[in-house]
Design a protein around this ligand. Structure first.
Ligand SMILES: *Cc1c(COP(=O)(O)O)cnc(C)c1O
Length: 362
């Protein structure tokens, strides 16, 4: 199959823009001889903590590992329940299962695609230990409501920020509102590396210390393993390359918001189509519309050489490995109608108009 003429995401322009600096960082690491952890990782952790406005940042191997290790630092395990959204990437619920706990799915609010805070309290049981909201597509969850519920019921909050680097809720960065925030540097994310990478952030010194142990086989000193942990460090090369990109992330997120506003202006009022809300602090990891004839539209877009993706065609509560009890209806409806359009920090107006024209001609 040939490449779409307008791909869903084009990483080349950002790489091209930073070509010299990325090469310099690459060579600096090659010459340093230190490839896992070390000064590049330390510096990147400090820079991310300063950027987000948090005290501790712990680099790990992936966003998935940041979630798993985050749950472990909050002492969540066998017999515990964690409330989360069904409408997310599998890693969300998978991380809960992998620490031995049970994901409990609470349906989304169809306007936001995020967990509906009004439905959370009905799902709380004596076994509930935590809430794991996901800032889907880069839109911040209603964290005031979620933190209020957590406080009233003495629950921990671990934010899945894999799609929300740089997003803010009421001015505060996602990931720094709950007890733990988990970020991914998978190449396609808003701050994307050149391989796998992730980060756990927290204001709690004990949580940070435990996360540092867990990422290194449960030890802070060689041969003194205090608990079974993981092998989940951030590579120096990823840290050095991500340090080059970090200063641009606000500019790139602003550009994504401009793309969203441009699409919205072009697509507002199209029958059968709903555009996403452009709320404060949204960083548009994805620009996602709903369409009554989604699959027909998607096929047409493919014929026209325009890449689109459905995130996510099957909600987690309907996946055979996780299915338990009833289906969340709002998530099920969304799964049948959502379509993410091409987005990136360097998309020009002509390209956006071309995508919009294709949809309008449908
Ligand atoms: C990408 C993603 C993850 C996992 O991050 P990795 O770095 O790929 O492990 C978790 N949750 C959500 C919502 C994601 O989009």
């Amino acid at each position: 199959m040939s490449q779409p003429r307008i791909p869903i995401l084009d990483l080349a322009p950002e790489i091209e823009l930073l070509w010299e600096d990325l090469n310099a960082a690459f060579q600096r690491v090659l010459r340093s001889g230190q490839f896992i952890g070390g000064p590049e990782v330390d510096a990147f952790e400090q820079e991310v903590a300063a950027y987000l406005g948090t005290t501790h940042a712990v680099g790990v191997n992936s966003g998935t590992d940041a979630l798993v290790i985050g749950l472990r630092t909050l002492s969540i395990g066998s017999g515990d329940e964690v409330i989360t959204t069904p409408f997310s990437f599998f890693a969300t619920a998978e991380s809960i299962s992998n620490v031995g706990a049970t994901p409990v799915f609470v349906d989304i609010d169809e306007r936001t695609f995020n967990i509906n805070p009004a439905l959370i309290e009905a799902a709380i049981t004596p076994r509930t230990k935590a809430i794991m909201p996901v800032h889907l597509y880069g839109r911040p969850c209603e964290m005031d409501a979620i933190m209020g519920i957590a406080q009233r019921h003495d629950l921990k909050v671990i934010e899945d920020c894999a799609q929300s680097f740089g997003a803010r809720f009421q001015g505060t960065h996602t990931g720094t509102i709950g007890h733990v925030g988990a970020f991914s540097f998978f190449p396609s994310k808003n701050l994307g590396g050149f391989g796998d990478g992730g980060m756990l952030v927290t204001d709690d010194a004990d949580v940070a210390l435990l996360a540092r142990k867990l990422r290194a086989h449960g030890s802070s000193k060689k041969s003194e393993n205090e608990m079974p942990g993981y092998k989940s460090r951030l590579d120096a090369l990823q840290a050095a390359l991500l340090r080059v990109k970090l200063p641009y992330v606000n500019e790139w997120n602003d550009a994504r918001r401009r793309v969203a506003l441009t699409y919205n202006a072009a697509l507002e009022g199209v029958p059968g189509l709903e555009t996403p809300g452009v709320v404060d602090g949204h960083v548009f990891h994805q620009y996602t519309i709903r369409h009554r004839e989604r699959d027909v539209l998607r096929a047409r877009m493919a014929d026209a050489g325009i890449g689109t993706v459905t995130y996510y065609p099957l909600p987690q509560d309907q996946m055979p490995v996780l299915r338990r009890g009833s289906v969340c209806p709002a998530s099920a409806r969304a799964a049948g109608e959502v379509l993410s359009l091409p987005i990136g920090s360097s998309m020009d107006d002509a390209t956006l108009a071309q995508v919009a024209r294709e949809i309008l001609s449908h």
